[in-house]
Design a protein around this ligand. Structure first.
Ligand code: NAD
Ligand code: DAU
Length: 336
């Protein structure tokens, strides 16, 4: 396949690109390289002749159109502002990238006659689930945070492009991904790196919020399957099938790392914090035969080992060195 990927320097997009290059596909990665874009994630494919990088903003239609080849097999749209806490501090970038940027991508994909448009969404668009309630593909969308609201709006534009212009779209909604190369602002990489350095781990509120965790490699296998065999116009949920409270997750993590529970430090809760997500992914299992391969404990153990073995990667995230390529090649000062 010839793929045009947005946001491929991020956590999930880079795993998707590594898998796609290994499978023989060719990939153009269009990425703005925001704080979340990290070219260290793509070192293993950077010199592959089937991989290329274009640094650009999905909100700029002319730049996207120039980068997107005519009639690529699919656009795979990961690019987004992805961190809930940042959206609470300021929602502007979320509206621009997640909503306007998605609409720009849909327009350009249509004009450049892309085969398919795979839109990467999230289980957060469903909002809080009651006890025993499941979030299904046909459930109402009731987002709680500005991030989730922007992802919900984006989904509506995807749906409208399919209905109005006949664009061949597919939407996936995934639960919390975890695994290697995740930026250390999200719960698991933050908790792992703090635990390894004997630093406190912030627990929002009572820590009893429930999340479903899926390994990023399993998620990307599902995305590739949906791309090849999914039905146009459909939505597919993807999850790990192992919902846990944040405290259960953190207790397991500390047990694996061999550090004391006293590292857990209660802090003020996230405003509007969703209590429970419960993504139901029976449809993708039934129709396409996908199910997660990695149990949470095995995946967490492997992820912790990766962070231990890649302390240099974490260090470069924390001290800002991961941005040096961007600074020299693409910042206004560097260009001259
Ligand atoms: P991330 O924050 O790690 O990476 C986002 C990437 O998008 C970065 O490379 C960044 O540089 C790029 N980007 C941001 N704004 C851009 C713009 N205007 N133009 C071009 N590129 C831009 O994100 P992630 O965790 O890999 O998530 C990828 C996608 O999956 C997002 O759409 C997110 O909403 C969705 N998602 C994430 C999770 C999760 O657990 N991480 C779960 C469900 C869905
Ligand atoms: O559910 C899918 C979503 O998962 C994605 O759409 C988002 O892009 C992704 O960021 C993630 O959102 P969450 O808000 O669930 O992830 P986060 O890692 O920020 O938080 C996970 C849970 O842990 C949540 O209940 C808040 C809590 N938390 C988070 C942090 C960063 C803490 O208790 N302490 C923390 O320091």
């Amino acid at each position: 396949m010839k793929l045009f990927v947005t946001g491929g320097a991020g956590f999930i997009g880079s795993e998707f690109i590594r898998q796609s290059i290994a499978a023989g596909d060719s990939v153009v990665n269009f990425d703005k390289l925001t704080y979340a874009g990290n070219l260290d994630n793509l070192v293993s494919v950077a010199d592959n002749p089937r991989y290329s990088l274009v640094v650009g903003d999905i909100c700029k239609a002319a730049d996207v159109a120039e980068a997107m080849p005519e009639k690529c097999d699919a656009v795979v749209h990961f690019a987004a502002e992805s961190h809930v806490d940042r959206s609470i501090l300021s929602a502007e970038e979320f509206v621009l990238t997640n909503v306007l940027g998605t609409q720009v991508m849909l327009d350009v994909a249509r004009h450049r006659k892309a085969g398919r448009f795979l839109h990467i969404s999230t289980d957060e668009v469903g909002g809080d689930m009651e006890e025993d309630e499941w979030f299904r593909e046909e459930s109402p969308l009731e987002p709680s945070s500005p991030y989730a609201a922007s992802k919900t709006a984006a989904e509506h534009f995807v749906r409208a492009a399919a209905r109005t212009f006949g664009l061949e779209t597919i939407v996936t909604r995934t639960s919390n991904n975890y695994g290697p190369f995740q930026f250390p602002e999200k719960l698991l990489p933050l908790a792992i790196s703090n635990a390894l350095e004997d630093r406190p781990i912030p627990v929002y509120g009572d820590g009893l919020q429930i999340r479903d965790w899926v390994h990023v490699a399993d998620n990307c296998k599902a995305l590739r399957l949906v791309l090849e065999k999914g039905f146009a116009g459909d939505t597919y949920h993807i999850g790990g099938g192992d919902p846990m409270t944040n405290l259960e997750v953190l207790h397991m993590l500390l047990r694996i790392v061999g550090k004391p529970l006293s590292l857990l430090t209660t802090v003020k809760d996230r405003p509007g914090h969703d209590r429970r997500y419960a993504v139901h992914f029976g449809k993708i299992t039934r129709e396409l035969g996908w199910r997660p391969e990695t149990t949470f404990e095995a995946g967490l153990t492997q992820t912790i080992e990766w962070y231990q073995d890649n302390a240099h990667w974490v260090e470069r995230c924390k001290n800002g060195d991961y941005r040096s390529y961007y600074e020299t090649q693409y910042s206004p000062a560097g260009r001259g």
